[in-house]
Write a protein that binds this ligand. Sequence first.
Ligand code: PL4
Length: 410
Amino acid sequence: MIQRNPGFSNISAGYLFPEIAKRRREYAASHPGAEIISLGIGNTTEPIPQYITEGMLAEVKRLSTREGYSGYGDEQGLTSLREKISEVFYNGKVSPEEIFISDGAKCDIGRIQLLFGSGVSVAVQDPAYPVYVDGSVITGAAGGMKSGGACGYDGITYMPCTAENGFFPDLSVIPENSLIYFCSPNNPTGAAATKKELEILVDVAKQKGGIIIFDAAYSAFIRDESIPKSIMEIEGAKSCAIEINSFSKPAGFTGIRLGWSVVSKELLYADGSPVIADWNRIMTTVFNGASNIAQYGGLACLDPEGLREMRQMTDYYLENARLIRDVLLGSNFAPLNLNIYGGVNAPYLWVSFPGFKSWQVFDLILDKCHIITTPGSGFGPAGEGFIRFSSFGHREDMQRAAERLAGLKL
Ligand code: PL4
């Protein structure tokens, strides 16, 4: 019989977000009538704006005509969309051929893991979006859980991002020739790396022969103009970084599915061959192109009116974050000495509850307020003691959540 992929037996538990969804279902079943509000999974709630919707509708109509119909497209995406992303997001610094349209950032991360295979060493920010670690374990780039009760997996180098280091890790721990997962604005901490920090990151990656996998899925939430929205803004990044990004959060495309990756021709392997050739091979072999309807939606997103709508959408979620932040700063939380981070250039608040474990706080807030959050420990060892509050929600739900939190008796 076929042997089970050892990656699955190495992995410690279920994937974080289905686990949260399961706990929500269980709580709802045992507390009928409880009106649960989710500040947990970062799932968009607001309808797709009008101009962007019109862009997709026009393509749907074209598809229903003989002249306008199209079937499979180029796996790399519509040339017009690649050109527009190059112009709007990269000011032409990245060429359209270096941009690959996809069905979203998470899917690109999985394909990147396939690209580099099981032999690569991996460094991650700790805490981090769980896909970086879990996917590495499944593909065999990481081993089993560390022994002796230590947290984390063998073969993964954890780079703690804490309040003490301003959520920018000590990069000296990165082994030579590693994939370095780096997310900014960060999920879950909400920290957005400065230009200086990204310059240091690029320098270290070059010195150590590593490749940065830069997850910019939340770049549209950056409001501080001095903060780079792309690693490609940093001198030298094209030869040591891959960027992934997504229309999920700014355009409400979490269900539509549309993202992109940037792999420059300057990015080379140790033997001098270009990574882009293999990335093209992966994209053409195990991916069949993003939906043409989604891609026309993406084109609409990048027109001036679409950009305005995305800005409005991200402003809305940032205002939600402010509502929750304000209530956590209120007097009933004062005895807990909370530390509150994020929510300014990112849609997540990262809050430490000194003296508590993450799952304890998760249960407490669920029990007393009927609010779902995400326990920080689910994002890595350094997340223990923290809770992530997502700002994706309808305003009225956010207001109700804020009222419940304000009335919380601890
Ligand atoms: C729940 C840093 C959310 N089922 O929609 P995509 O694939 O373009 O982007 C996914 C993604 C990529 N990079 C980062 C992210 O945070 C996300 C989405 N994360 C969250 O609550 O952390 C949704 C999670 C979803 C999932 O597993 O991604």
